[in-house]
Design a binder for this molecule. Structure first.
Ligand SMILES: Nc1ncnc2c1ncn2[C@@H]1O[C@H](COP(=O)(O)OP(=O)(O)O)[C@@H](O)[C@H]1O
Ligand SMILES: [Mg+2]
Length: 282
């Protein structure tokens, strides 16, 4: 199981789009996928349109026990192969800037439960995608503690380098404190217009700073992305030339993500129990 946190510390740059695009590519490829919606805005949940669940991520983050997790997961409307651990507006209240180590470990514990408990005849998840909110509170940090890899999303704009740098710093900090195996999978540049001189300039700037971490394939800016999301459809099924172009780019990003997972960790990680700072949220 490859667990990937998709993050940027900025809103509206395409985190959810990348999560949905990778889920769509995984569906096409037959890789069973779980999308975890950590954003209180719940855009990923809305587009994947699962049936109503008994619990949500808000319950799971407080109590990462198997029955709670299981009842927060539902099949998406995209078909068998993509499930959702559904989001909730209520997670906003849990997005504490300094929640303490035990709480930061809860998402990882919950996913480990899911991974251990596979029903008869069910395939295990090959991919778990964590759709983060744009802030660096408990929600994004929980994702970084639970993940094997972190995928950064940025647009080719003026502050792209400094934004990506802050996200890299957060990844490095999490690696040091909680998750030594966390790898940076790379930076995905989204909404690129190939003929824009400004975009090419910004991509070059990103490459100068982050070298080969900038993925060679960029995601083009195409109306089909918004249309498919609005229709709650996987981009691979949208069928316009623009959709095909974006879908192809997502196939390449997915291949890279899955490849890095095979090289990645397979041992059981001891999620942090307590570091004595639980009083902060008591
Ligand atoms: N490559 C793209 N082409 C066209 N529209 C895009 C693209 N990527 C994102 N968008 C649109 O931009 C908006 C914000 O994207 P979203 O993925 O929700 O960002 P985030 O999750 O980072 O807040 C959405 O309406 C989405 O459809
Ligand atoms: Mg989002």
């Amino acid at each position: 199981m490859q667990t990937v946190a998709v993050l940027s510390l900025k809103g509206g740059v395409g985190k959810t789009t990348v999560v949905l695009g990778l889920a769509s590519a995984a569906l096409r490829r037959g890789a069973r996928t779980l999308v975890v919606d950590l954003d209180p805005q719940c855009n990923a949940t809305a587009t994947l349109d699962p049936e109503e669940t008994g619990t949500t991520l808000a319950n799971v983050l407080e109590s990462p026990r198997l029955p709670v997790v299981k009842s927060a997961i539902a099949a998406s409307a995209w078909g068998e192969g993509v499930d959702v651990l559904v989001g909730s507006e209520d997670v906003e209240e849990l997005n504490h800037p300094n929640p303490g180590a035990r709480r930061l470990g809860n998402l990882g514990r919950a996913l480990q439960e899911v991974n251990k408990y596979i029903e008869d005849g069910e395939l295990p998840y090959e991919l778990v995608l964590l759709d983060c909110p744009p802030s660096l509170g408990r929600l994004t940090r929980s994702a970084l503690v639970a993940a094997g890899g972190a995928l950064l999303v940025t647009e080719p704009t003026l502050y792209a380098v400094s934004g990506a740098q802050r996200a890299f710093d957060a990844i490095a900090e999490t690696r040091e404190q909680y998750n030594p195996d966390l790898t940076t999978l790379g930076v995905v540049v989204n909404r690129v217009r190939p003929r824009s001189y400004e975009h090419q300039f910004r991509i070059q700037e990103l490459r100068e700073h982050f070298g080969s971490l900038v993925l060679p394939v960029a995601l083009p800016d195409r109306l089909a992305v918004q249309q498919a999301q609005g229709a709650c459809m996987p981009i691979h099924q949208w069928g316009t030339p623009g959709a095909r172009e974006v879908a192809l780019a997502f196939n390449l990003v997915l291949a890279r993500v899955l490849r890095s997972g095979r090289r990645g960790r397979h041992h059981e990680f001891a999620w942090p129990e307590s570091d004595g700072d639980e009083a902060a949220d008591a």
